[in-house]
Ligand binder design. Structure first.
Ligand SMILES: Nc1ncnc2c1ncn2[C@@H]1O[C@H](COP(=O)(O)OP(=O)(O)O)[C@@H](O)[C@H]1O
Ligand SMILES: [Mg+2]
Length: 223
């Protein structure tokens, strides 16, 4: 379980003081999917970054299985991120000069999954994503929808407990967007993975039961 308690994050920039997040509190269980909505600048990315320990809140706590991940040492945070978190970004976070199989190897190597076990894992992932036989292809040879499926496959390759997806469908048409989100929901539910998707696409938001609407860094109460 992930429990956010009064999470705030402020930035001082050329525009002065910005409350990117203000007093955000909610809890999420394993296997639960959450969609963060709100227009650009509402705090979605900042919230995902705080949950993924890429950024630190300046007030509040984020408890994962009872441990406040915000007070971990930077070494412990790196370990937490590597083992427990998967990230899917807007588009193409695959390395273009590596084959699909080599791209999938990365998170497995980092988590000590090597040799025959690694090979099996990669074949299994490609099969689950309907992309068997693409192992030697380069990212440039795949369609947008296929690329985002591989990006998702890479994000869950090491079986993280938490999957963070920041506008994962921004570069896809609506059919491919819906298919990607359906796949994410099915796999995360089956594996007990917590799924956070940031999107401003209302149609996608409608596919997910738990909606956290953000406005100027605050949680809006739904009408
Ligand atoms: N590193 C930063 N420095 C200064 N301001 C930032 C930084 N990151 C985000 N912000 C500001 O915080 C607010 C929320 O940004 P963000 O979380 O990226 O929103 P969203 O992902 O919903 O578009 C915006 O006003 C943005 O300009
Ligand atoms: Mg964003």
């Amino acid at each position: 379980m992930l429990d956010l308690q009064g999470v705030s994050r402020h930035f001082i920039s050329g525009r002065g003081h910005v409350a990117a997040l203000h007093d955000i509190s909610f809890a999420v269980e394993g296997g639960q999917a959450v969609v963060l909505t709100g227009r650009s600048g509402s705090g979605k990315t900042t919230l995902l970054n705080c949950i993924g320990t890429l950024d630190l809140p300046d007030a509040g706590a984020i408890l994962y299985q009872g441990t406040n991940i915000c007070t971990l040492s930077s070494r412990q945070r790196n370990l937490f991120r590597r083992r427990q978190v998967g990230f899917v970004f807007q588009a193409g976070n695959l390395l273009p000069w590596l084959t699909i199989a080599e791209n999938l190897q990365f998170p497995l190597e980092l988590n000590g999954i090597r040799g025959a076990a690694q090979q099996r894992r990669i074949e299994e992932l490609l099969a689950v994503f309907g992309l068997s036989g693409y192992d030697k292809a380069l990212p440039a040879e795949l369609s947008g929808g296929e690329l985002q499926r591989i990006a998702f496959a890479r994000a869950i390759a090491h079986a993280p407990a938490i999957l963070l997806a920041d506008e994962p469908t921004a570069s896809l048409d609506s059919d491919n967007s819906r298919r990607l989100v359906e796949l994410m929901l099915a796999l995360c539910t089956a594996r007990g993975t917590m799924l956070f998707i940031a999107t401003h696409d209302q149609e996608l938001a409608g596919m997910i039961e738990t909606v956290i609407p953000l406005k100027d860094g605050k949680m809006e109460t739904r009408p």
